[in-house]
Design a protein around this ligand. Structure first.
Ligand SMILES: C=C(CC[C@@H](C)[C@H]1CC[C@H]2C3=CC[C@H]4[C@H](C)[C@@H](O)CC[C@]4(C)[C@H]3CC[C@]12C)C(C)C
Ligand SMILES: C[S@@+](CC[C@H](N)C(=O)[O-])C[C@H]1O[C@@H](n2cnc3c(N)ncnc32)[C@H](O)[C@@H]1O
Length: 359
């Protein structure tokens, strides 16, 4: 080959590689590059073992009897997936209805702002984010309302990431993050002027327990909104395909058993909340929340190749390929859950803690 052909072949190869890695598919990002995918707080050599432990625990969620072990395994799950989520999805770990003509980023922000508008948060208020991830929603909500937001997550690595992002965004004076279990929160009674949880309380083995804890830390009269993962009225427990989809979602998302939409308000009322509003935000006229998952499919293949190469080169921990493959399959179950209408990740409930004099 003469040097000119060699030059053009190399240029073509480099261009193709650049297109494959950097341009193809949604590069949501980020702050997280594919070259620094880690196992969160788990050391690189233990990622594969932790993945195996996670998998054997959540493989049959309906059979989980030791509810007290769930938070630890959820913590392991987030060590395994946090970097991949940030890399392939962004800093907000939740879905939102698609909005024609708007980007995913804008649709995500509007879904987050709706939560804070529902709880009427305003400048100077102290608001709790229950299960805050790396703080995408917290930052959007703090800049929209100028309220002070305190987030809690079980995962120490997410605390580190969230604090870093808060600082970079210049929002660290409004946003604070603590590591802890939302079933036993390190806050005194009657601390917060409002609270929200976005696709997080689905990890609680018992919804009443987490709602009771949120009720305890809210001031009387304060509002709480939650976007819950639920099976809808279309889910039929005697339909094998429905069961397969729901189990697939539970396994790939660290859920100790999905709840029915009809259990949500019941749990809220049991702990003392007054239910102000309840609505499945996935229902028409909302556009499908799962179209973003469907559209990303080619990029997931690209990501799979990238992760496999990085893992073979020892840049990403061994086990990252397994975790990525699990997420790949989960995306399919979630899409089928959306297409069939048997599952919603945004069943919204707005509650109020009654005023002292309402008693
Ligand atoms: C609320 C929860 C998480 C919801 C979503 C943020 C995540 C659910 C499934 C995740 C993903 C699936 C496929 C991945 C893809 C294979 C990879 O290449 C890039 C990242 C994904 C798109 C990843 C991103 C986050 C999700 C959409 C649960 C846990 C309660
Ligand atoms: C899917 S993520 C959603 C994060 C965030 N709400 C968002 O939308 O970006 C779920 C979050 O719940 C947190 N979580 C799950 N179980 C928890 C527990 N027992 N205590 C505290 N946080 C928990 C996880 O650590 C994670 O941050």
């Amino acid at each position: 080959m003469d040097s000119l052909s060699l030059f053009f072949t190399a240029a073509l190869f480099a261009g193709g590689l650049y297109w494959f890695i950097c341009i193809l598919g949604p590069a949501e990002q980020k702050g997280k590059s594919f070259t620094d995918l880690s196992g969160g707080s788990i050391s690189a050599e233990k990622v594969q073992d932790n993945y195996k432990q996670y998998w054997s625990f959540f493989r049959r969620p309906k059979e989980i009897e030791t509810a007290d072990k769930v938070p630890d395994f959820v913590d392991t799950f987030y060590n395994l997936v946090t970097d991949i989520y940030e890399w392939g999805w962004g800093q907000s770990f939740h879905f939102s209805p698609s909005i024609p003509g708007k980007s995913h980023r804008d649709a995500t922000r509007l879904h987050e702002e709706m939560a804070v508008d529902l709880i009427e948060a305003k400048s100077g208020d102290k608001i709790l984010d229950v299960g805050c991830g790396v703080g995408g929603p917290m930052r959007a909500i703090a800049s929209h309302s100028r309220a002070n937001v305190v987030g809690i997550t079980i995962n120490e690595y997410q605390v580190k990431r969230a604090r870093l992002h808060n600082k970079k965004a210049g929002l660290d004076s409004l946003c604070d993050v603590v590591c802890g279990n939302f079933l036993q929160m390190p806050f005194p009674n009657n601390t917060f002027d409002g609270a929200y949880s976005i696709e997080a309380t689905c990890h609680a083995p018992n919804l009443e327990e987490v709602y009771a804890e949120i009720f305890r830390v809210l001031k009387p009269g304060a509002l709480y909104v939650s976007y819950e993962w639920v099976t809808t009225e279309k889910f039929k427990a005697d339909n094998d395909e429905h069961v397969e989809i729901i189990q697939g979602i539970e396994r790939g998302d660290a859920l100790p058993g999905l709840r029915s939409y009809s259990d949500i308000a019941e749990a809220a009322k049991k702990v003392g909340f007054e239910v102000v509003k309840e609505r499945d935000l996935a229902k028409p006229p909302s556009e499908p929340w799962w179209s973003r998952l469907k559209m990303g499919r080619i990029a997931y293949w690209r990501n799979h190749v990238v992760v496999t190469v990085l893992s073979a080169l020892g840049i990403a921990p061994k086990g990252t390929v397994d975790v990525h493959e699990m997420l790949f399959k989960t995306a399919d179950f979630l899409t089928r859950g959306g297409d069939s209408g048997i599952f919603s990740p945004m069943h919204m409930i707005l509650c109020r803690k009654p005023d002292e004099d309402d008693k």
